[in-house]
Design a protein around this ligand. Structure first.
Ligand code: NAD
Length: 427
């Protein structure tokens, strides 16, 4: 009944890309699923893939075309949920993998969503605000046939923010003829956004790091932390680590890396990055080369930039005790094995960066009920959901003698495939 041939004709099989990493992770969990493994192929076949042309008139009057995607990987447990990425390296392969990780993440946390992801292959830094608005609105209209508050709910990711979500919400609302605030999350507060959403992913990274540290005997207070990526996830995580007594000794963004063994003043670094667009030129630390950055001795290393950053070579060189994956898919499966061999604890993305989608879930619920919670309520519920999910994953890892990643995948896949089995195949 299952299809043994999971290679998909629209992908180039020769390239080691993120989708291949996702498939390998699925293959690793399959032996742990008992009779549910009968349904495992469903996770190797995204349910729906939309590739769209996004033409706009540029400010100089010329017409330019960009490629956009929305992939709904699995909708067995609810509507699709996942961000939209604006980045020059966005490909269909990457968006497929990111949508698959969303399916796993939402299920691992017990959120009533399937997994989806979108993207447009552009470098947002090269466009004016007006051009970005036109790209966002055209992209939203093109994917409008598959998104909606009860169908698929986008959110911000790399290169997109609250303003992008405001344009998406407005465009979708104009097209359907009424205000549909629940079509996206990560919106400005004035449009039905949730308190605490903007910092939720970074806060969740801190919560799981703290929980891992308690169990591994490595307290956050006094720990040395290295963070790759200084945007929404890495910047906020760095700030919250520091607020809890950690010393953030190094940071890296797309322009380069900096180090200060005495600890970087994160609020000052955030102010510098906000004013100049990057960390370069920041006075409170010294520049450091990429190779040296990956070899810094620390207790916590937080990759919070892009996928595929922790390569086997870097995993071999890293001198950290715990890796907390703020980014999606930062560690390749081969690098994951090396970290495990070297006794470096890896807290996987599907758990570590789930704070964002958890508060996105709160935002969606608040929009539906038009009843808004206080920031304190949001953070208490976030803390409760994330610590419970962490505890369940940790226990499964101990019971089954598997990595934290495989344990998270086991819990998630059991939920997804049980839903698949109970719903049955249509027709
Ligand atoms: P962002 O655009 O706000 O920040 C990205 C950061 O990474 C920037 O500082 C950028 O300079 C840096 N960067 C880019 N390329 C780099 C490179 N090659 N080397 C070093 N640094 C580089 O994006 P974000 O929202 O913080 O997302 C970061 C990661 O977290 C992504 O993998 C994203 O999918 C994941 N994530 C984001 C959220 C969220 O709520 N924003 C939720 C879950 C997961």
């Amino acid at each position: 009944m299952t299809n043994k041939h999971s290679s998909l004709s629209y992908l180039d099989p020769g390239r080691p890309e993120p989708w291949a990493s996702f498939i390998e992770q699925i293959d690793r969990v399959a032996p742990h699923l008992g009779s549910l493994s009968h349904w495992i192929e469903t996770l190797k076949h995204p349910k729906r893939i939309l590739v769209v042309d996004v033409p706009i008139v540029r400010d100089d009057g010329t017409i330019a075309h960009y490629e956009g995607y929305r992939v709904q990987h699995n909708l067995s447990r609810g509507p699709g949920k996942g961000g939209v990425r604006f980045h020059p390296a966005v490909t269909l392969n990457e968006v497929m993998a990111l949508s698959g990780w969303m399916t796993i993440k939402n299920a691992a946390l017990g959120l009533p969503f399937g997994g989806a992801k979108g993207g447009v292959r552009i470098d947002p830094r090269l466009f004016s605000a007006n051009e970005l608005e036109r790209i966002t609105r055209r992209y939203t209209s093109e994917i409008g046939i598959v998104i909606g508050p009860d169908k698929d709910i986008p959110a911000p990711d790399v290169g997109t923010d609250q303003q992008t979500m405001a344009w998406m919400m407005d465009t979708y609302s104009m097209n359907v003829g009424h205000t549909a605030s629940g079509v996206v999350t990560g919106k400005p507060i004035a449009l039905g956004g949730s308190l605490g959403r903007q910092e939720a992913t970074g806060r969740g990274v801190y919560i799981v790091a703290r929980e891992a540290g308690i169990r591994a005997g490595i307290p956050i207070s006094g720990a040395r932390v290295v963070v790759q990526g200084f945007g929404n996830v890495g910047g906020i995580a760095a700030r919250i680590f520091r607020e809890h007594g950690a010393k953030v000794i190094a940071l890296q963004d797309a322009e380069g890396a900096i180090v200060n063994p005495a600890g970087i003043d994160i609020p000052a670094a955030l102010a510098h990055a906000a004013a100049h667009g990057s960390l370069s030129g920041f006075f409170g630390a010294e520049p450091i080369g990429a190779d040296d950055f990956w070899q810094l001795e620390c207790e916590y290393f937080v990759p919070a930039a892009l996928e595929g950053q922790v390569t086997p070579q870097r995993a071999q060189a890293m001198r950290t005790r715990i890796v907390v994956e703020g980014a999606n898919g930062p560690t390749t499966p081969a690098a994951d094995d090396i970290l495990r061999e070297r006794d470096i604890l890896a807290i996987p993305d599907v758990l570590a960066n789930a704070g964002g989608v958890t508060v996105s879930y709160f935002e969606w619920v608040q929009d539906f009920s038009s009843f808004f919670w206080s920031e304190e309520e949001i953070n208490i519920r976030l803390e409760s959901i994330m610590t419970k999910a962490f505890e369940a994953v940790w226990r499964t890892a101990l019971e089954r003698q598997v990595s934290i990643r495989t344990a998270a995948f086991i819990i998630a896949c059991q939920r997804i495939l049980a839903a698949r089995e109970q719903r049955g195949l249509y027709p």
